[in-house]
Design a protein around this ligand. Structure first.
Ligand SMILES: [Zn+2]
Length: 84
């Protein structure tokens, strides 16, 4: 099993809440009230918390995004759709 770069033990409060350690928030560039995605990976029985960044629905690009039917799409993918 791969060791994480950083491991910090924290206890959930009575409502199941968890505070992300300031050190990790700073390292990730997570600003106050920043958004994260929370995913459960059954294979490793792990919860993965990632800084949320808007990405193209189709290719995952983070640059040159437009909104298309309420979803983000990059210029390249949008051009591909125009050719259909
Ligand atoms: Zn794209």
């Amino acid at each position: 099993m791969n060791k994480p770069d950083t491991a910090i033990i924290r206890r959930l409060d009575e409502s199941g809440r968890l505070t992300l350690p300031e050190e990790l928030r700073k390292r990730m560039g997570l600003l106050e009230r920043g958004a994260v995605t929370i995913a459960y990976r059954q294979k490793t029985d792990a919860i993965i918390i990632q800084k949320w960044a808007e990405t193209c629905l189709f290719c995952g690009a983070r640059e040159g995004l437009s909104v298309f039917f309420n979803r983000s799409i990059c210029a390249r993918c949008l051009e591909e759709f125009r050719r259909l």
